[in-house]
Write a protein that binds this ligand. Sequence first.
Ligand code: TYD
Ligand code: MG
Length: 452
Amino acid sequence: MAKSRERYVCEACGTEVSRWSGRCPDCGAWNTLNEVSRIAPRSSGLRGGGYAGTTDVVPLNAVKAETHHRIVTGIGEFDRVLGGGVVGGSVILIGGDPGIGKSTLLLQVAARLATQSPVLYVTGEESPAQVALRAARLGLTDSALTLAAETRVEAVLDLIARSGPTAVVIDSVQTMFSDALSSTPGSVSQLRESTAMLVRSAKQSGVVMFLVGHVTKQGAIAGPRVLEHMVDTVLYFESDAGSRYRVIRAVKNRFGGANELGVFAMTTQGLKEVRNPSAIFLARDKDGSPGSVITVLREGTRPLLVEIQALVDESPLANPRRVVLGSDANRLGMLLAVLHRHGGRALYGHDVYINVVGGLRTSETGIDLAIIFALISSLSDRPLPAGLVVFGEVGLGGEIRPVYGGEERLAEAATQGFTRAIVPAANIPRSRTIKTMTLQPVRVLAEALDLL
Ligand code: TYD
Ligand code: MG
């Protein structure tokens, strides 16, 4: 018989190695390798191997594509991030910092689903009394939801088999453990095996499985990245707990678009949908202050107005500070170089801070031009004109490149009452008119700076 050998999995990137070391050989993170016990190969499934003749190949065009049956939760922003409701048999991992509102959101979702069909809420962290207290706070006391305080996966699977719910919430997956493994609950191997068992159960029975996952200090969902590969959908609470607003992003979605955002406000009665998210990310006063620019992002299928702020200040340091919150810091370095080379403004004697207001994080390059405008506005201490929006990608040659979905972005800005837009020439709509808005196309950085 083959001896079972130890394996180690990196918490940060999910790499598996056979020998422990202090540093992950793949991603270079320190102290992230955890021992996992090798689970004996099963006789079924791909890992079994060696059993000839049990599976036939089928031509792709002979396979009938399934259309997914979606259950609409009725919480619009949540349905939106999922791509229009939950799909039967899918597994949805919801990650976020402690106290951000994972349990609150899922209790609200579960109660909504429970009005249509049976739903089971498995609580591994809190007692049923604590969950009931939260339910009272949310005004959900007469919900048909059923509760179970359980952390043993086998018992949970048994409960699912006996009570036949359409949806199950596991709060949280880190508290689950399986009898089949000897390692302690919460360890990487327990987490992987418990999740695998829950996923298998969801696929076999068609139950919708919501898994709450905690985030490690490194920011990876539920510790090992490997969980993200096992589930169908990964949702992530982005904003910090200090803010009133909660942004949920679909990081991965097998049944819908990734990067879709849902916006909620945390109130004393739980999470409330924000119907007009553009409004909350904008500055309170329309007049604007130096260093503040409004741009239009496109997150998922929705254009979203956000405020970009820059602060440029003389630096006493030999290496001035470059701090970026909510976007890519390397990109700022690039933009500063482009601004110097093609715009004639040198900021190497200045500290530069950039902030995407509202705790939003974006990786969009469409905010480049807005960042440059914010820098110049802060440097010259002059506010930009009211009613102006700016977007566009800036290339290394100083050219202003078009962004995806320009027309929708302009339409959203017009809806929110903006009257002037400085945008890449290629993003000007063919009909060339938006009634309430003056459009100013730009091709190169120098042209854009002249407009200021
Ligand atoms: P919770 O859902 O317990 O967070 P998680 O499960 O992600 O750890 O949310 C807890 C926070 O939300 C807590 O700080 C209190 C706050 N909260 C409200 O502001 N209003 C409410 O109605 C509820 C239920 C919680
Ligand atoms: Mg919780």
